[in-house]
Design a protein around this ligand. Structure first.
Ligand SMILES: [Zn+2]
Length: 188
């Protein structure tokens, strides 16, 4: 039997813990949690089409538990999330599939107080370009006025030629300190 100290090349600095003694990574934690989840999982036998025929577009912010905040159950809705909950071309792509292939009709947009995008500007892109030598093709979509950004997102959904259902589009700001939604009037 060959011991680890012989099979491993000598290390110039104090070596990190051997593989079997390494701390689990966050992904390991998630995989372990999934194993426990799957033990009690029963096939809900659901169709891929959301029961409530609604798509929720929201910021990826870790403080927003969409299902809890909106009283949603498994299978009720599509949740489409990105940085800011901004309606980009890729969000339109998902909404188009959601409506045309999977039967949703309503769109709910959720931005929130304390959003990370409030502290960014388009300089973020230029800084990345200076660092890596390539300009990202995407816009940062940073904003200073939350309400106005929700309005712009509503407008982008309402004017998309790809979406057959544009009559029920509502936008909100979620307050991360109270858990409350505030509806935004589409007219400024
Ligand atoms: Zn955010």
């Amino acid at each position: 039997m060959i011991s680890m100290s012989i099979s491993q090349p000598p290390s110039p600095s104090p070596s990190p813990a051997s593989p079997e003694r390494q701390e689990p990574t966050v992904t390991d934690r998630l995989v372990e949690a999934n194993a426990r989840y799957a033990e009690h999982f029963t096939d809900p036998g659901m169709d891929a089409r959301p029961v409530l025929k609604v798509a929720v577009v929201a910021c990826m912010d870790a403080r927003i538990d969409l299902h809890a905040a909106l009283g949603l159950q498994l299978g009720d809705c599509h949740t489409i999330r990105n940085a800011g909950g901004v309606v980009t071309d890729d969000i339109i792509r998902s909404l188009t599939i959601s409506q045309r292939a999977l039967g949703t009709r309503s769109v709910v947009l959720i931005h929130h107080t304390g959003c990370g995008l409030l502290n960014l500007t388009e300089d973020f892109r230029h800084e990345i370009e200076a660092e890596v030598g390539q300009r990202p093709a995407w816009a940062v979509e940073a904003f200073k006025d939350l309400d106005q950004d929700v309005r712009q997102s509503m407008q982008r959904v309402r004017t998309s030629p790809f979406l057959p259902h544009r009559d029920d589009v509502r936008g909100f700001v979620f307050d991360v300190t109270t858990g409350r939604l505030r509806e935004i009037d589409p007219r400024p």
